[in-house]
Ligand binder design. Structure first.
Ligand SMILES: Cc1cc2nc3c(=O)[nH]c(=O)nc-3n(C[C@H](O)[C@H](O)[C@H](O)COP(=O)(O)OP(=O)(O)OC[C@H]3O[C@@H](n4cnc5c(N)ncnc54)[C@H](O)[C@@H]3O)c2cc1C
Ligand SMILES: *[C@@H]1O[C@H](CO)[C@@H](O)[C@H](O)[C@H]1NC(C)=O
Ligand SMILES: *[C@@H]1O[C@H](CO)[C@@H](O)[C@H](O)[C@H]1NC(C)=O
Ligand SMILES: *[C@@H]1O[C@H](CO)[C@@H](O)[C@H](O)[C@H]1NC(C)=O
Ligand SMILES: *[C@@H]1O[C@H](CO)[C@@H](O)[C@H](O)[C@H]1NC(C)=O
Ligand SMILES: *[C@@H]1O[C@H](CO)[C@@H](O)[C@H](O)[C@H]1NC(C)=O
Ligand SMILES: *[C@@H]1O[C@H](CO)[C@@H](O)[C@H](O)[C@H]1NC(C)=O
Ligand SMILES: *[C@@H]1O[C@H](CO)[C@@H](O)[C@H](O)[C@H]1NC(C)=O
Length: 597
């Protein structure tokens, strides 16, 4: 029985293997083999060393059938594709803009460009598997991830890790790869206090051990039932895997620290294929690096233990300061630069939230009949009161009124919530996926925000470039004074001085290389405006320009040297590789292949 199934599967896999063997469409440059005769590129179908169909079949058997070969989800819209299904296509088209769709798929990702626009759910667009992984391991237990790492290492196959696929910098997908899909590493166990293994200490306070595929919405709901919450992100489907390894900012981080600062222990599959526990007493280098050093670099996180907190009461404020007098952008920019200059003091008083500058845009309140410019903020205080909120804003609004008399209209909508989850249900991130989007960002400290308002107004103008830009007030004392277990972690040190994480995104049409090139060039110029304002800060890798110049310094600062050393020791063969990631300097993408430099 087993051998018959094995043979049938082998036959089924054969056509794919031989057809895929033709995929490297570009003439490949000759890569001289290294002296130790390590292969110069990662294997692709058709090259010597690519596993035989029988090897894939037995790999699948070792995974109890968990090896997938998913078609691109957009293929249902393309006549000629095996999975073409005109009745299924409209639903995929409609769901393409939702985060839920991409995070539930073994291969789909949010931002089209990272799959090279290779199978959009639109008739007339090209569709092939070219931009997607060849095989996916549905890792529902750590052992599956171990087997995948061992198989990829042994066979020299490019390996990627996908959880939700939300990554803005393209790390969760690659062509010609084997992908470990961590979405089904689930589960949550709560603790009244926690004893890191082999430590002999008890960390006082509540904690939760969660699977690495768990998503914010899962965590908030499970913990709210216990009147607790966790430092988590704004998007419901963001998963802990990429979020925590990247640092993780939150409405609550200015009080409790970043998500990476909450970690008490991790379970990790190393690039050598071992399953290890990392905490302040064992595998301490890995523990340090996996908290801020970035996803898909040091290992595959399978589960982790995070501190949890009694849920705060939230007093929120939706604040709008806007004008229809948009003839000149300068007073609007000056007003926003002034309000931003107050963020350090507001943050010190406990305020956090998400602010948006908008230049002349169609007024949403009158269906676009008028044009408005100004700012909007979703602000929050924890365990304080609406009166405190009002007292914080009174002098700021009075200054705006005095300085630009009669120019701005203020909308002030306070609301109180008994729990973080209550607030979150009305204020989670409702942005859209399924776009071609290019980001840029910068962390800003007090000096950058307050030193010279003329200068910061001009920098804001260049950074926003006539579009909406954000200033997230998500850092502050809690982040600066955080005491991550085990004497620190790898989070970019600039976070410990920052108040604001400022971002923008440039959306362009898919399948338009010229528009993409322009967007990338503009992103560089726009980020440069804030780099000049805050030269010693840096950028938050999870929400940054994927081609940030000097990313090693901008994403990790003085930690880079140690991170690189740990990467070399943990992953001497570069089983995990991504860009822009720690230690990726020895390889480059050549067409759809990954080759040694
Ligand atoms: C709607 C939305 C809202 C957001 N809100 C916030 C926010 O409030 N705060 C914030 O800090 N960020 C936020 N982000 C950014 C978010 O932190 C990044 O997109 C992050 O990369 C998401 O991680 P993921 O695991 O969900 O995504 P994926 O794309 O699946 O993974 C991201 C990276 O982590 C790696 N990775 C994933 N799982 C693992 C694992 N188990 N082990 C090792 N590596 C792994 C992947 O290989 C990839 O490199 C938001 C993003 C979106 C789309
Ligand atoms: C792996 O095995 C399962 C169960 O036998 C099967 O459904 C699946 O198609 C196989 N995967 C591949 C890639 O052949
Ligand atoms: C992945 O594995 C999980 C857990 O076993 C299972 O529920 C799910 O259906 C699998 N997904 C796919 C696409 O095979
Ligand atoms: C949570 O808080 C509510 C309101 O104070 C209380 O009634 C409930 O018992 C608490 N639940 C738990 C699990 O502590
Ligand atoms: C704005 O200032 C004017 C005086 O210049 C004053 O009459 C008015 O009440 C102020 N409005 C607010 C909301 O403070
Ligand atoms: C503030 O910045 C502006 C614009 O860059 C500059 O012209 C001015 O000299 C600066 N003012 C001070 C006091 O440094
Ligand atoms: C936006 O950037 C482009 C390219 O750098 C520049 O030409 C243009 O003037 C900028 N527009 C605004 C409104 O700043
Ligand atoms: C992306 O797609 C384009 C157009 O099909 C193709 O020319 C290019 O080689 C692809 N890039 C990669 C990295 O596969």
């Amino acid at each position: 029985m087993s051998s018959l199934r094995t043979r049938l599967l082998a036959v089924a896999l054969l056509p794919l293997a031989s057809a895929a063997g033709l995929t490297p469409s570009l003439p490949l440059p000759l890569h001289p083999r290294d002296q130790d005769s390590r292969p110069s590129c990662k294997a692709v179908p058709g090259t010597p060393g690519w596993p035989s169909p029988a090897a894939w079949v037995s790999f699948n058997e070792s995974l109890a059938g968990g090896l997938l070969q998913p078609p691109p989800p957009g293929a249902v819209c393309h006549p000629g594709q095996a999975t073409y299904d005109p009745t299924a296509c409209p639903a995929v088209q409609a769901a393409w803009s939702t985060y839920e769709f991409h995070s539930a798929s073994p291969v789909s990702i949010d931002w089209n460009q990272w799959a090279n626009d290779s199978c959009l759910p639109q008739q007339g667009a090209p569709c092939s598997r070219q931009g997607y992984p060849l095989f996916v391991v549905n890792a529902s237990e750590p052992r599956h991830a171990q087997l995948a790492v061992q198989f990829a290492k042994k066979n020299n196959i490019r390996l990627v890790i996908k959880s939700s696929g939300h990554d803005y910098i393209g790390r969760s997908n690659a062509p010609n790869s084997l992908s470990i899909w961590t979405h089904h590493l689930r589960g949550i166990t709560t603790h009244a206090s926690f004893r890191p293994r082999r430590c002999g200490v008890t960390v006082e306070g509540t904690a939760a051990t969660v699977g690495a595929g768990m998503q914010m919405w899962d965590l908030y709901n499970a913990l709210d039932a216990l009147n607790q919450t966790v430092v988590g992100g704004g998007g419901k489907t963001v998963s802990v895997g990429g979020y925590v390894t990247g640092a993780g900012h939150s409405l609550l981080s200015a009080r409790f620290g970043l998500a990476a600062d909450q970690v008490l222990e991790m379970e990790v599959v190393t690039p050598k294929g071992e399953l290890v526990v990392a905490n302040e007493c064992q595998n301490t280098d890995l523990f340090w690096a996996m908290r801020g050093g970035g996803g898909s670099t040091f290992g595959i996180l399978t589960s982790l233990t995070l501190k949890t907190h009694p849920t705060p009461r939230i007093d929120s404020l939706l604040l709008t300061i806007a004008t229809t007098d948009v003839a000149s952008p300068r007073p609007i920019l000056d007003m926003v630069a002034y309000v931003l200059s107050q963020f350090p003091d507001l943050g010190d008083a406990g305020l956090s939230g998400y602010a948006y500058y908008f230049p002349a845009i169609a007024n949403p309140l009158d269906g676009g009949a008028t044009t408005v410019g100004g700012m909007f903020m979703s602000a929050a205080l924890q365990d304080q009161s609406p009166e405190v909120m009002r007292r914080l804003w009174e002098p700021v609004l009075a200054y705006v009124n005095q300085t630009w008399p009669g120019r701005f209209v203020v909308g002030y909508q306070p609301k109180s919530f008994p729990s973080f989850l209550g607030w979150y249900k009305e204020n989670y991130d409702t942005s859209q996926a399924g776009l071609n989007s290019y980001l840029g960002s910068r962390l800003l400290d007090r000096a950058a925000l307050t030193a010279n308002l003329t200068r910061s107004s001009e920098a804001l103008e260049r950074f926003a470039n006539g579009t909406i830009a954000t200033a997230y007030l998500v850092s502050g004392k809690g982040v600066w004074n955080a005491k991550p277990r085990g004497c620190g972690n790898a989070v970019l040190p600039a976070w410990r001085r920052a108040y604001v994480h400022a971002t923008f995104g440039i959306d362009v049409p898919p399948l338009d290389p010229a528009a993409a090139a322009t967007a990338k060039r503009q992103a560089k110029g726009r980020v440069a405006a804030l780099r000049e304002l805050a030269p010693d800060m840096g950028a938050y890798m999870n929400e940054a320009d994927a081609e940030e110049p000097n990313f090693q310094t901008e994403f990790w600062g003085s930690h880079y040297k140690r991170l690189l050393k740990i990467k070399r020791a943990t992953d001497p063969d570069d089983v995990l590789w991504c860009t822009p990631c720690v230690g990726n300097e020895r390889w480059e993408q050549v067409g759809d292949r990954l080759c040694r430099k």
